[in-house]
Design a protein around this ligand. Structure first.
Ligand code: SME
Length: 161
C-alpha cells in the first residue's frame, strides 16, 4: 500500500478511535498502540504531559509504546521535547545526531517528531515519535501526527483540564 494511502487509512482510524474513547487517557493509550503497531517507521510513540502546577514546568511521560526511556521527566529547557513544548511549535528532526538539543532515548533512533498538544490555546503536553529511519517524518506524516495531537487536545478540553 502506498504510504499516502496508509497515512490516510490511519488518519481515519485515529479519528474513529477518538469518537469511541470516553476519556483522554483511554484515547492516548489506544492511540500509541495503534500508531506503533501500524507504522513500520514509528518505533517509539509516547505522550508527555506538563505536570499541573509544577514550577519550573516539567513534562512527564504518560502513555507510550516502545522501549522504556530514561527521560520520564523533561524540563522545558531540555531536549527536542522541551523545545516543542516551550515554543508551541512542531519540531521535526531528520537526523538526531545533528541536533544538539536531542536527548537520546535509544541508540537506534535516527529521526524524531514532537507535536505540542493545546487545550484552550495553551500547551498542555505533546506527542513524541522516534524512528529508526532517517527523515521518517515527511509532510504527510507530520499532518497525521498533528491530527492525532489535535484529537487528544479536544478530548482533554471536554474533560475540562
Ligand atoms: N528525544 C527526546 C527525549 C524523549 S525520548 O525520545 C523518548 C528529546 O530530545 O527531547
Amino acid at each position: 500500500m502506498p504510504v499516502a494511502d496508509r497515512v490516510e487509512e490511519l488518519r481515519a482510524q485515529v479519528t474513529q478511535l477518538a469518537d469511541s474513547c470516553r476519556t483522554a487517557q483511554e484515547l492516548m493509550q489506544k492511540m500509541v498502540k495503534l500508531l506503533h503497531e501500524r507504522m513500520l517507521k514509528y518505533n517509539w510513540v509516547g505522550f508527555y504531559l506538563l505536570e499541573p502546577g509544577a514550577q519550573p514546568p516539567v513534562l512527564v511521560l504518560d502513555a507510550f509504546e516502545g522501549a522504556m526511556t530514561p527521560h520520564t521527566r523533561i524540563p522545558l529547557d531540555q531536549g527536542i521535547c522541551g523545545a516543542a513544548a516551550s515554543s508551541g511549535q512542531t519540531v521535526v528532526v531528520d537526523d538526531v545526531r545533528r541536533d544538539p538539543r536531542y536527548l537520546a532515548c535509544s541508540l537506534e533512533t535516527k529521526s524524531e517528531i514532537v507535536v505540542p498538544i493545546f487545550v484552550f490555546g495553551g500547551v498542555v503536553g505533546e506527542l513524541d515519535i522516534d524512528s529508526h529511519f532517517p527523515a521518517a517524518f515527511t509532510p504527510e506524516h507530520q499532518e497525521l501526527v498533528k491530527h492525532c495531537a489535535v484529537l487528544v487536545g479536544k478530548k482533554l478540553e471536554v474533560a475540562g483540564r
